[in-house]
Design a binder for this molecule. Structure first.
Ligand SMILES: Nc1ncnc2c1ncn2[C@@H]1O[C@H](COP(=O)(O)OP(=O)(O)OP(=O)(O)O)[C@@H](O)[C@H]1O
Ligand SMILES: [Mg+2]
Length: 278
């Protein structure tokens, strides 16, 4: 653990954040706090504001109104080097992994160190021995040490996402943001990737804020669920004791039987299939 978890160690605070894109209100008065070491999952229909919220935490979007504090810094007021410094403490993983397909797995992991290095790097040797050893260590942690010298695009989707996790670890992040990290994966790989994220987070005292479409995964792997609907927080509660039916109310749909619940879920998951796969 990098830091002991205390009840007052808040690492992410959104205070009345509103974000408008023209006539669209993507976030409407969102206030949430995330404590160090917490694993929080954002749930909500397509267009409910999950990605927009994550992008605000990383300073990729500026709020129209309200404020965002991350690791004690006011994100909205930052630019240039202070913003880069803050971002180096925040890892981000995405649905499509965003690896460089023609590079080896190890080189992809090493690019995670770029946030803390100066100037461009060309080739494995240019990252230095310490970074290379660290990258191999992170690959070992995600169970892919034996794939280090394989081209990234020859790995399965689940393996590629594990490489992306190793790449994020190269930054030694304090916070990990994940935007639908398992939306492109089959159920078994999804479960493995979420389990890995949770294990690593617990090992390292990492704080995780992750958007998902799968209610079951959220209930299994999150400490807390924040539900968004039309850019507003409609649920913010620990997962302990939370039922699936209660979570489904986030979507404005209430199921009374198991088959109704399954039908609604099937409908919701359609929203998580990438356009390219439809
Ligand atoms: N750069 C942008 N310009 C215009 N509108 C945007 C932009 N980014 C997001 N929006 C709009 O803001 C709303 C919230 O979008 P967001 O991508 O945050 O939703 P989401 O919950 O991540 O959805 P999904 O589950 O489909 O990924 C949507 O109506 C979207 O069209
Ligand atoms: Mg999104």
């Amino acid at each position: 653990m990098t830091n002991p978890q205390t009840p007052t160690d808040t690492v992410i605070t959104l205070s009345s954040v509103t974000k408008r894109f023209g006539a669209t209100t993507a976030l409407n008065g969102v206030s949430i706090e995330v404590e160090r070491g917490e694993i929080v999952v954002l749930l909500g229909l397509s267009g409910s504001g999950k990605s927009t919220l994550l992008r605000h935490v990383d300073g990729l979007e500026q709020p129209t109104d309200g404020s965002i504090k991350v690791l004690g810094e006011n994100v909205a007021g930052l630019s240039g080097r202070p913003l880069r410094t803050l971002r180096s403490k925040v890892g981000f993983i995405f649905q499509q992994f965003e690896l460089v397909p023609s590079l080896s797995v190890l080189e992809n992991v090493l690019t995670g160190a770029l946030a803390t290095l100066r100037g461009p790097r060309l080739g494995l040797w240019s990252y230095g021995r310490a970074n290379k050893l660290a990258a191999l260590g992170h690959l070992d942690r995600v169970g892919l040490l034996d794939r280090a010298y394989q081209r990234a695009d020859t790995l399965s989707g689940g393996q590629q996402q594990r490489v992306a996790i190793a790449r994020a670890l190269m930054q030694n992040p304090e916070i990990l943001l994940a935007d639908e990290p398992v939306a492109s994966l089959d159920p078994e790989s999804s479960d493995q990737v979420m389990a890995l994220i949770r294990e690593i987070a617990l090992d390292r005292g990492l704080t995780v804020l992750c958007s998902l479409h799968q209610v079951d995964l959220a209930l299994s792997w999150a400490d807390r669920i924040v539900g968004l609907r039309h850019g507003e927080v409609v649920l913010d509660t620990p997962t302990v004791g939370l039922t699936k039916a209660q979570v489904m109310e986030i979507y404005g749909r209430v199921a009374t039987t198991t088959s109704e619940l399954q039908a609604i879920e099937a409908e919701l998951l359609v929203g998580s299939i990438p356009d390219s796969a439809r």
